[in-house]
Design a protein around this ligand. Structure first.
Ligand SMILES: [Zn+2]
Length: 367
């Protein structure tokens, strides 16, 4: 069922006692919550810019007098709308304030520090954070200066928070080949500062996978892993193309895979993990409710599924909250929740020994 788990993990899952049947709700809720808190978690799909919480936005606005009031209004508006957006366009408009506040390298450094502190609060042990180098280029900022500040902040916060971090440089696929190649160049340049992968996000229709096979080959030649957002707003063919044409090792979202049995088979046979982000899909209007997400169907079909938060601050969620909501909406057992964490550890771009260590830690905490 959880294809990336090693034999001993499967054995452990099989040997675990079955969950108790009739536990009164309040106890179940609080014990489930503490179980999820206790689980060492792995986050594979979180955007740095989408993880700037309201309190950090206020902190960033301290020296930007023109934006202070706007930030207050923005926060009240998000809460009133329960972090939902009528369309992807509306999401981008709301995202604008974050873009304005992340003006200087030190702003990005603060956002990084606060994100690592937040991940530590949720007992996230390891994160591959998406750095939108493409957006930095689009804002005409220096990738060099910004990422130096980000990497420096992470290196300072890692020992203090206990959260290990690696980076995925993300290009905006509909900005064209030159833009995407420029992001890859920076990704290669910063391999020594913890960049492990290169990816594409943005409009799947205006930036189809068939444009980028050579770039993803170049990424592999440079020793970078390849990932892609696919099957989010577009159909399953976008997922198939990302796997077959680009050779990506993980798919961001993959929501629409469920519409095509051939794509489901492709993902299962090639063991391509999905970075599932249910609250994000609800917030941007792709599905109506969390419980409409095909996550349980993906698991039943034998796909490798990991649970992630995407732009948690924009969607009023967190990785901890995604686990809680998955347990509530789908009735997942503790074994399934732990297996999702183990899947993420195995699907990460850590070395084999480090993956093994993480898996053992998860199993220890879950037993
Ligand atoms: Zn994303």
């Amino acid at each position: 069922m959880f294809a990336l788990c090693q034999p001993q993990v499967d054995k452990w899952l099989a040997a675990r006692p079955k969950p108790a049947q009739a536990i009164p709700m309040p106890d179940l809720k609080s014990s489930l919550q503490s179980f999820i808190t206790r689980l060492p978690k792995v986050e594979l799909h979180v955007h740095l810019e989408g993880a700037v919480r309201p309190e950090t936005l206020r902190e960033l606005a301290l020296n930007k007098s023109g934006l202070r009031q706007k930030v207050g209004e923005w926060i009240s508006e998000r809460r009133a709308q329960q972090y939902r957006y009528g369309s992807f366009q509306q999401f981008l408009v709301a995202f604008g304030i974050v873009t304005l506040l992340l003006e200087k390298p030190q702003d990005y450094a603060l956002a990084t520090t606060r994100l690592l502190e937040w991940l530590a609060e949720q007992n996230v042990q390891y994160a591959e954070i998406i750095f939108s180098a493409g957006v930095v280029l689009w804002k005409k900022q220096s990738v060099d200066a910004v990422f130096e500040a980000v990497a420096g902040a992470a290196e300072e916060a890692e020992p203090r928070t206990g959260v290990r971090v690696r980076w995925i440089f993300d290009a905006v696929r509909h900005f064209g080949l030159d833009h995407v190649r420029e992001v890859l160049r920076w990704a290669g340049h910063y391999r020594s500062r913890g960049v492990v992968a290169f990816g594409i996000g943005g409009d799947e229709e205006r930036g189809p996978a068939r444009l980028f096979p050579d770039i993803f080959q170049e990424a592999r030649d440079q020793g970078l892993h390849g990932v892609a957002h696919a099957g989010e707003a577009c159909g399953p063919e976008s997922i198939r193309d990302a796997v077959e044409l680009l050779g990506v090792e993980r798919i961001g979202h993959g929501l629409t895979a469920i519409r095509d049995p051939h794509v489901m088979t492709l993902l299962r046979e090639r063991r391509i993990p999905l970075e599932v982000c249910p609250t994000s899909n609800v917030a941007t209007g792709l599905i109506a409710r969390f419980e409409d997400h095909p996550l349980p169907k993906f698991l039943e079909a034998g796909l490798v599924v990991t649970l992630n938060s995407d732009d948690p601050a924009m969607f009023g969620t967190s990785l901890q909250e995604e686990f809680l909501e998955a347990a509530r909406c789908f009735g997942f057992s503790r074994e399934t929740l732990a297996a999702l964490c183990i899947n993420a550890a195995r699907a990460s771009f850590l070395g084999e020994d480090e993956k093994q260590k993480l898996c053992e830690e998860i199993m220890r905490a879950a037993t």
